[in-house]
Design a protein around this ligand. Structure first.
Ligand code: NAD
Ligand code: ZN
Length: 390
């Protein structure tokens, strides 16, 4: 049908994006210039805004202030409470207000976010809406933030009980990764990061999986400060960037990096803060591995290797909500909306090789939960024979 007198103007423009990830050490040593790389000190007015995870106040507030003082840069430090419960619009507005009061310029003194990925997602979101988008810099201080968030273009806050419901694509101009910052990170959060490393290993890097399988417990107990930590972190970041750079704006909704992120999101949100993100993702990884096993793809031996590796690094193998078929189906329904009508469930063919499936039956879900229970109750040792297929 056409309407008389109607004209259509087609407008098309490209959105070019460039951003950098710097891997360094001793980031707060005034001799390390990276934190000021994007700050133009020749321009007048405005203070440099640093948004610091309040949990890091004792450790890093002083080094941050001394760093900028050593360079003659006035700094405003806004401390923000961490944790998933604070990943909301209120925190976002507090950051926006701090941008306003610090007199941030539109381009040449980007706010610097230092903290866990919750804080980083919120600051990124704030930067993306302030004056319709200003550059920003991030310094992740959790393992998860370093290996998963560091190349991401996504910012977000939770809303109406939904994970990351409000958000934007607005990558940080610069990301600085300094694994020395992990020394103060509690062990549970180191383990949490292993959940996302496991995901990356399972979908595309069998060598990464072997490293985690063999060295996981030692990596955790050293807080990723000893070999092969550097190789593991580099491989995980590299795996992520190679997937993202070809589909940064997510025009293609078949994304293997969504592995482990189909059943877990509503479960994670339903029990916040009981399950951490990487923990929920890891359980989903194992559950989806069982779906693959039920289809005759992934061997029982490989399922057990995955479960044992999770157990050995300290990741949970299950959670009561993963036995709730209604919850699992609701999660698939929500995933379909998020993926524009298709389930696009990433599923392993073997460790390091991933494909997609568009349908999972209730019977498959139910069988997978039975296998999950046996595996979880035996710390990954006991995987029952699969019932004859009909
Ligand atoms: N943007 C993305 O692409 C992306 C990717 C992965 C995850 N995420 C989001 O990241 C969030 C999880 O991030 P997280 O695991 O970093 O959680 P988090 O930000 O809650 O940090 C975990 C806890 O550790 C504390 N902490 C952080 N660094 C510390 C350090 N060095 N020493 C001592 N304590 C420290 C924090 O204050 C917090 O209490 C989720 O909201 C998830 O949705 C986003
Ligand atoms: Zn994730």
């Amino acid at each position: 049908m056409s309407h008389q007198g109607q004209t259509t103007l087609d407008i098309e423009a490209d959105l070019e994006v460039k951003y950098q990830v710097d891997i360094t050490n001793d980031i707060f040593n005034p001799e390390n210039p990276l934190l000021l790389k994007n700050v133009d000190r020749d321009r007048p007015a405005g203070k440099q805004l640093v948004v610091l995870d309040a949990a890091l106040s004792d450790v890093y507030s002083e080094p941050v202030r001394s760093y900028f003082a050593a360079h003659g840069v006035d700094v405003d430090v806004l401390e923000v409470d961490s944790g998933e419960v604070n990943k909301n619009l209120d925190t976002c507005l507090a950051v926006v207000d701090a941008l306003e009061s610090s007199g941030a310029r539109r381009q040449s003194n980007p706010p610097i976010a230092i903290g866990g990925n919750v804080l980083i997602d919120v600051v990124g979101f704030s930067a993306s809406i302030y004056r319709r988008g200003i550059p920003w810099v991030r310094v992740p201080t959790t393992l998860l933030g370093m290996i998963d968030g560091s190349v991401s273009a996504k910012t977000a806050v939770n809303h109406l009980g939904n994970r990351n419901r409000l958000g934007t694509f607005h990558p940080a101009t610069q990301t600085i990764v300094d694994t020395g910052l992990l020394v103060s990170l509690p062990e549970r959060h180191i383990v949490n990061g292993c959940g996302e490393i496991l995901k990356m290993a399972l979908i595309k890097d069998s060598r990464l999986f072997s490293l985690l399988e063999e060295h996981g417990p030692a990596l955790v107990s050293s807080g990723f400060q000893e070999a092969p930590a550097a190789e593991v972190i580099t491989r995980a970041i590299d795996g992520m960037q190679s997937e993202l750079r070809v589909n940064l704006w997510e025009k293609d909704l078949r994304r293997i990096v969504d592995y482990g992120h189909t059943f877990s999101p509503p479960i994670e949100m339903a029990v916040v803060p009981e399950l951490l993100h990487g923990e929920a993702v890891a359980i989903d990884c194992l559950f989806t591995a069982l779906l693959s096993h039920l289809r005759g793809w992934l061997s029982g031996t490989d399922v057990q290797r995955i479960a044992r590796t999770m157990h050995n690094v300290g990741l949970p193998l299950d959670h009561p909500l993963f036995y709730d078929l209604g919850m699992l189906e609701q999660a698939m329904q929500e995933a379909r909306l998020h993926r524009d009508g298709n389930l696009n469930l990433p599923i392993m063919r073997q460790i390091g090789v991933c494909t997609f499936t568009q349908e999972v039956t209730k019977d498959e879900l139910s069988q997978a939960t039975a296998l999950l229970k046996a595996l979880a109750n035996s710390a990954g040792e006991d995987l029952p024979e699969i019932a004859a297929q009909h």
